[in-house]
Design a binder for this molecule. Structure first.
Ligand SMILES: Nc1ncnc2c1ncn2[C@@H]1O[C@H](COP(=O)(O)OP(=O)(O)OP(=O)(O)O)[C@@H](O)[C@H]1O
Ligand code: SF4
Ligand SMILES: [Mg+2]
Length: 340
């Protein structure tokens, strides 16, 4: 493993046993996160973004299980760690903010108590002595809440999660995740519930802390504009697989996979005012008993019989890969050119 790599996932396969059969939510996913970088993860709803990173965190619960794959964080094989050691790593080394802030926060503890618990367990630069330590924790908790844009933070420490709005809860969860200064922050749709100004504020905070602490970030989002602005590299997921990855600017300017091209064509942009937005036709396939063929076949404008077998990721330029047999054909070369 190269010294620059913080997280390396190889061949991850996570399944859910359901009445309809085995749902293969993540099927052979590889992820590399370098130290200090921001990796964006995009893809339609149900493509396996959250399950991939819940697997990394060791948070997949019955009826789900990791069936195969390696998850190595800073040289440590996470799948071989005891539940206790994994628990200690969560929060301190890797933190994840969940899509659903209400279920992720503890309803029985005040926001101040939850932040204090996190800081007491993981902050290693607190002063000695009980009183000084308590004062430092309180000051740090107020600072974190203020930095995520919660006004009158000192007064709100004594309130419970249900006393905050959805957007506020999202911000509290981000403050909690950042409190321990983890080496890797996985932010799952961190700004979906927030208004535009607060969105920008939260993303700026994440970027600032990334620079301040050399933290790596995985940003899961539907918003390609956010990816364009904040992520060094991007990984596009479709139906449980990675279909394209590479440096953000290149992927956005010249997407190689027809699915990525479709995603980009479906966003409204001022530069294309007056032109129709073209949503991708059709739907993501059910992840049960998938036929052995390209998963995008039913929706792909370039599909033909050659696509009726499983397709591997293949090189698509320097530092780029995509899962499509047509990568080097003129059809895709001419592709679409995008500026976000
Ligand atoms: N508890 C569960 N039981 C059965 N299937 C599940 C369960 N959780 C997830 N899945 C399956 O895994 C698939 C991937 O889910 P995941 O939450 O990772 O998607 P996502 O890409 O994060 O979507 P979104 O953008 O909506 O958050 C889902 O389509 C669903 O079929
Ligand atoms: S392999 Fe075929 S069906 Fe799949 S994305 Fe490429 S052209 Fe489309
Ligand atoms: Mg999700």
């Amino acid at each position: 493993m190269s010294a620059d790599i913080l997280l390396e996932v190889r061949g991850l396969r996570t399944v859910f046993d359901t009445r309809a059969g085995q749902v293969c939510a993540v099927d052979g996913v590889d992820v590399t996160v370098n130290r200090g970088e921001c990796l964006g993860i995009v893809g339609e709803s149900g493509s396996g973004k959250s399950v991939t990173f819940a697997s990394v965190m060791g948070l997949v619960r019955v009826p789900g299980r990791i069936e195969a794959g390696e998850i190595v964080f800073d040289g440590i094989d996470l799948r071989k760690l005891s539940a206790k050691k994994m628990q200690a790593m969560r929060g301190r080394d890797i933190a994840m903010t969940m899509q659903d802030a209400l279920t992720a926060l503890n309803p029985a503890l005040t926001v101040g108590e939850q932040l204090a618990e996190m800081l007491a367990a993981h902050a290693d630069d607190l002063p000695p002595g009980r009183m000084a330590r308590r004062a430092a924790i309180r000051a740090r908790a107020i600072e974190m809440l203020t930095r995520v844009g919660i006004p009158s933070a000192g007064e709100r420490l004594g309130q419970y999660p249900h006393e905050f709005s959805g957007g506020m809860r999202q911000r509290i969860m981000i403050a909690l995740a950042l409190a321990a200064k983890p080496r890797l922050l996985i932010a799952d749709e961190p700004t979906t519930a927030l208004d535009v100004t607060i969105q920008a504020q939260v993303l700026e905070l994440i970027s600032a802390l990334r620079a301040e602490f050399g933290m790596s970030v995985v940003l899961i989002t539907h918003d390609l504009g956010v990816v364009a602005q904040h992520c060094d590299r991007v990984m596009v997921m479709y139906a449980g697989q990675v279909v394209e990855e590479g440096p953000t600017a290149q992927v956005i300017r010249q997407p190689r996979h027809p699915y990525t091209q479709g995603l980009l064509a479906s966003i409204p942009r001022p530069a294309r005012r007056g032109q129709p937005i073209r949503p991708i036709q059709g739907q993501v396939p059910e992840l049960v008993n998938l036929p052995p063929q390209c998963r995008f076949l039913e929706r792909c404008p370039l599909a033909d019989d050659a696509c009726r077998h499983p397709i591997d990721m293949r090189p698509a330029g320097p530092e780029r890969r995509a899962r499509c047999i047509r990568i080097t054909t003129p059809d895709i070369e001419k592709g679409l050119s995008h500026d976000i």
